[in-house]
Ligand binder design. Sequence first.
Ligand code: ADP
Ligand code: MG
Length: 273
Amino acid sequence: WDRLENRFEAIETIGKGSFGTCILCRRRTTGEQVVVKQIDVDAMTQEEKEDAMKEVHILSMLDHPNIVAYYESFLDEKGLLHIVMEYADGGDLFQRIQIQEQTASFFPEKLIMEWFYQIVRALDHIHRKNILHRDLKTQNIFLTKDNRVKLGDFGIARILNSTQDLAKTVIGTPYYLSPEIVEDKPYHRKSDVWSLGCVLYEMATLKHAFDGQNLPALIMKIVRGKYPPIPSIYSTELRKLVDAMLQKDPMRRPSTTQILRYEAFLSGKRSYA
Ligand code: ADP
Ligand code: MG
């Protein structure tokens, strides 16, 4: 058992989820800013507890410049699980898109491609380790002030293995549900690619690709597979990329490795490198 105050000074609360609170802290020994995600494991069912432990396990397995770095975890005397991780000082992509929407201005294509390239690199890294993110959305993509992307929130990520693979669970925000999940088919890498398509679409239009007043209306749109065109200021390559990822047939969607070879990326890649 340890106590947060012993080693960290809380600065402010930066996020609240159903079980967890994310607190920006300063490490007393070094002064370094970190995020501590506090999860109330006592309030959880056995299954949810296992999910929380899995998040810790998955994070500790990943080491990539575009994935939130994991430092340590501990339990305090109140039964709160603390996950200490790298702080991305530029907020999340959802917040950035909202600001842009309020000022009614689109992101430059170059910036979109720089961000997107880094998101794909992060996803490619986890897919190569047989991990599915399963909750890819703009709120779970964190940014730094110098436009680096850090993929985070592995709360419901799953490790694939031969027996228990392709778990058939409906999870995540309905906006990003893929047609195969709507049809109760298994979740796999290409379902993450669908969500990736939704994220790219949102960066370009500042809107959800699939939206509805209620769940049935949303599901109908997803199953129909049609979405409003992205603004004409963007290149054909960007549009093709969105179309490729948002294909109803998962097998026709590109893998992250294939996406990384796309022509449209070359500009983003060059300035990122
Ligand atoms: P939840 O399971 O509650 O969705 P998240 O890990 O997604 O938990 O964190 C919730 C919010 O807190 C995020 O959307 C983001 O705004 C903020 N946040 C979480 N982790 C970080 C981090 N490492 N750096 C910066 N912001 C973060
Ligand atoms: Mg989240």
